[in-house]
Design a protein around this ligand. Structure first.
Ligand SMILES: [Zn+2]
Length: 129
């Protein structure tokens, strides 16, 4: 079909498929409210948030707040580090230097806070060490 009027019509269809909002809500990435996220963490790991365990999406290292403090992260900085930057950034003997603040987005969960949306590491699997 060499009908030149095909062109614009097809473009319109493509634009409909690449709906921006739909792409952002792709099923590979889930979005939870902060309450929902904390609730899930408590159910899995208990009330002590220092024991909540997360898995780096790049190297797979499981880490918790206690591990990060032991690696030298100040307690008042934990909120910015836990589930966001790999322990390897603080302890070169473990993990890797991944952070979700970088250029490549390979995380699969986002948490909605009042101030916006924060990418986070996945919770560690129940059978992780
Ligand atoms: Zn890592």
């Amino acid at each position: 079909m060499a009908d030149p009027t095909d062109g614009p019509a097809r473009l319109t269809i493509l634009e409909e498929k690449v709906d921006v909002e739909g792409a952002r809500e792709a099923p590979v990435r889930r979005r939870m409210s902060h309450e929902e996220w904390c609730h899930t963490a408590r159910e899995r790991f208990g009330d002590d948030s220092m024991e909540w365990r997360f898995q780096c999406p790049r190297c797979g290292t499981v880490q918790c707040g206690k591990d990060l403090v032991a690696a030298g992260v100040a307690r008042d900085k934990l909120d910015y580090v836990l589930a966001f930057s790999c322990i390897g950034r603080f302890d070169p003997a473990r993990g890797c230097n991944w952070t979700l603040g970088g250029l490549f987005a390979i995380h699969t969960t986002e948490v909605v806070f009042e101030g916006g949306v924060q990418p986070v590491f996945e919770f560690a699997g129940e059978d992780s060490p």
